[in-house]
Design a protein around this ligand. Structure first.
Ligand SMILES: [Fe+2]
Length: 251
């Protein structure tokens, strides 16, 4: 095709698209304006489907963890930050003296999710030296991905549940930078503790509650003190403590 013929062909194609109203429709739905946004919206729909599979018992919790981490590693962080309207959110945050602020996220405008999502979601925000204090969960799978800032992040397996303490086993202890992630289930890495090492730190979190019918406990947090006595087998005697005590010591 010569250049002149191609120009004529393109003009004709454009003309026919316009006459069918296609261009106008595409622009109105914002599909051509921001293809990046479409990618992260699709990602969010995938995340919702994954959480539905866990709730529908089509997936074991440890497989859910692996798949959630795969998804988190795949997301374009800048697009996610745009999608959750991070700039607007971050301006309204009130940082507590201890611990982290928890900020809700609205996903109702995400295409494909207008009927709601099957997971809870929030952003944790904190200043340097403040923490998402050490705690575990019952009957819940959850995952973090760092949006901004550096963290020191620790996880532990909850090996034994006793009257006033858990026996826990250290599993992860490292620095987490933007885009890096970790997950929790009743089975694996059940206790987490993240401390902001940069001026500010922001973590994106999703959680699925009530996924495990064998665990009759509520899906609330259980606060622990991970700096207890060490056993000969490499475990830690982690006392069960209140939220207030945990925030006083580690917040
Ligand atoms: Fe948690």
């Amino acid at each position: 095709m010569t250049l002149a013929t191609r120009r004529t062909f393109n003009a004709q194609l454009l003309g026919s698209l316009m006459s069918f109203g296609l261009i106008e429709t595409l622009c109105r739905n914002d599909l051509l304006a921001d293809p990046a946004k479409a990618t992260v919206q699709k990602w969010m729909v995938e995340l919702n489907e994954l959480c539905q599979s866990l709730k529908g018992k089509k997936l074991k919790d440890v497989d859910f963890q692996a798949k959630l981490e795969e998804l988190y590693k795949r997301v374009d962080l800048n697009e996610l930050i745009q999608l959750v309207d991070f700039d607007r959110l971050s301006k309204s945050i009130r940082y507590p003296d201890k611990g982290a602020a928890s900020v809700g996220i609205d996903l109702s405008k995400v295409e494909g999710l207008s009927r709601g999502v099957s997971f809870g979601k929030q952003i944790f925000a904190m200043r340097k030296g403040r923490s998402i204090v050490p705690h575990g969960h019952d009957n819940m799978c959850t995952g973090f991905v760092v949006l901004k800032g550096d963290f020191s992040g620790k996880h532990y397996d909850r090996v034994e549940d006793n009257a006033d303490h858990y026996l826990i086993k250290p599993t992860i202890d490292r620095t987490f930078k933007p885009g890096e992630c970790s997950t929790i289930s009743d089975t694996k890495d059940n206790v987490h503790w993240f401390k902001a090492e940069s001026e500010y730190g922001f973590v994106f979190n999703i959680h699925v509650m009530g996924y495990n019918p064998e665990n009759k406990k509520n899906s609330s947090r259980v606060y622990v003190d991970p700096e207890g006595e060490k056993t000969a087998g490499g475990l830690i005697v982690a006392k069960k403590i209140s939220s207030a005590e945990c925030h006083r010591k580690y917040g």
